[in-house]
Ligand binder design. Structure first.
Ligand code: PEP
Ligand code: CO
Length: 450
């Protein structure tokens, strides 16, 4: 990738975001320090390649046609101190296990997208946090500052974006090794799923797991090439929040002269930064990656269409994924209007359900959580609304960990209020644990079989 070959005007266009209102950016205390860190980032190799992003675009176009199903999952916020091999392996293992169940349920290939290798920046509802009368900058993710509540830890430090790059790089390297190197072997993943349903708490999914077993035996009898099924395509994604970071990792593809944000294969714009007139829309309108847009219950259909027009003026299939996060109580009332508006305007989009972010609440004891049943209720509502409108429910976007945490209430191995305190590790949003994630996959597979 060389800079010399950019199509005319593109390099200027990539700087234009600086003149647009940018929501949710850290107040970097020292501009010279910021410039030095960005200059360093600009020298780094890309994390992903243009051709991979193009391939994902094709996979997403297939999902839009109803020929594939998307599974996007991972942490709300990745943490530097937790990007170790075991945690990464457990997360990937969880996504692979869910994907096998969903592949069977949908009878379709599953497009696997990790919320990982770059999910280090978070939007916040307030710029500052007050504890015991002391006011400090809010924690904005490990790419910006540190969670500890001291003035030094909370100071936005642009060099942390360089650290985020390195953590993304090592996470992606391990992810590529796991997904290409035999760890993803279909027969092994199904064995893990059998281990899950062997637990009496999940006996109700035993029949579906047995059906998958029998499908795999049938494939073997037909001479399926299981060697080829030892590796899977696995893509990276995160919220494109920190504009300077995303700009520094945007590179010109020397084959085409077009720009790609090489920090991840897929980038999404969050609920709080999706203004069609904002800097996030401006910067991302010039990169060729497939893009997501979070769509909450307050979304105005006209604004959303203006944003889609800005990001996808050529109506390219696979370019735009709408990740709806309405809340279980709102999805049936609000989503139909949004779907109709997109249908009327005839825009190609992939519809993906994020049943997490509209269903967060704080318990009496002050813990941020979600209820498994409420999350499932939103997924059901999403399927109903899309099917009613004659559209394809194209995928699922969830916050999960592969570990045994206790952050979301419910599930067959009931986590109750008291259990929440046992192993609550998330510094931002509560995640489904390994078992809850698999349970969701089995329930969504049942919905897909509809
Ligand atoms: C998130 O995905 O963690 C997030 C902040 O979501 P949203 O932009 O939908 O609120
Ligand atoms: Co979140």
């Amino acid at each position: 990738m060389g800079v010399a070959d950019a199509v005319p005007g593109l390099l200027e266009a990539l700087e234009a975001y600086r003149n647009y209102p940018a929501a949710q950016q850290p107040a970097w205390p020292d501009q010279a320090e910021l410039a030095a860190a960005m200059a360093e980032l600009a020298t780094k190799p890309p994390l992903v390649f243009a051709g991979e992003a193009d391939q994902l675009m094709e996979r997403l176009a297939a999902a839009q046609r109803g020929e594939a199903f998307v599974l996007q999952g991972g942490d709300c916020a990745e943490i530097f101190a937790e990007s170790d091999a075991n945690r990464i392996r457990n997360k990937i293992r969880t996504v692979l296990q869910m994907a096998v169940v969903l592949t069977y349920g949908a009878s379709l290939p599953v497009v696997k997208l990790g919320r990982l290798a770059g999910q280090y920046a978070k939007p916040r509802s307030s710029d500052t946090e007050v504890r015991d009368g002391q006011e400090l900058p809010a924690y904005r993710g490990d790419a910006v500052n540190c969670f500890d509540f001291t003035a030094e830890a909370r100071r936005p430090n642009p060099w942390r974006m360089v650290d985020a790059y390195h953590h993304s790089s090592s996470t992606l390297n391990l992810t590529r090794a796991f997904t290409m190197g035999g760890f993803a072997d279909l027969r092994r993943v199904q064995e893990w799923n059998r281990g899950f349903t062997a637990n009496p708490a999940y006996a109700r999914y035993d029949e579906l797991a047995a059906q998958i077993d029998s499908a795999i035996r049938f494939m073997a009898a037909c001479g399926a090439d299981f060697e080829a099924l030892k590796s899977v395509e696995f893509y990276s994604s995160h919220e494109a929040l920190l504009l300077d970071y995303e700009r520094a990792l945007t590179r010109i593809d020397s084959r085409t002269g077009l720009a790609y944000d090489c920090s991840a294969h897929f980038l999404w714009i969050g609920e709080r930064t999706r203004s069609p007139e904002g800097a996030h829309a401006e910067l991302l309108s010039h990169v060729r990656n497939p893009l997501g847009i979070k769509v909450g219950p307050s979304a105005h259909a006209g604004d959303l269409l203006r944003l889609i027009d800005k990001l996808d003026p050529r109506h390219q299939p696979g370019r735009i994924t709408l990740i709806t996060r309405m809340g279980a109580g709102e999805v049936r009332a609000v989503l139909p209007g949004i779907v109709r508006a997109i249908q009327t305007a005839n825009r190609p989009v992939v519809w993906v359900c994020d049943p997490m972010h509209g269903n967060t609440f704080t318990t009496a004891s002050g813990v941020k959580t979600r209820r498994f049943d409420t999350v499932m209720e939103e997924v059901k509502g999403f399927f109903e609304v899309l099917r009613e409108a004659g559209e394809v429910p194209g995928g699922l976007h969830i916050e999960l960990t592969g570990d045994d945490v206790t952050e979301v209430l419910g599930g067959s191995e009931e986590i109750d209020d008291a259990a929440l305190g046992r192993r609550y590790e998330s510094v931002v949003d509560p995640r489904l644990n390994h078992q809850q994630s698999l349970e969701m996959a089995f329930q969504v597979a049942e919905l897909l079989q509809g």
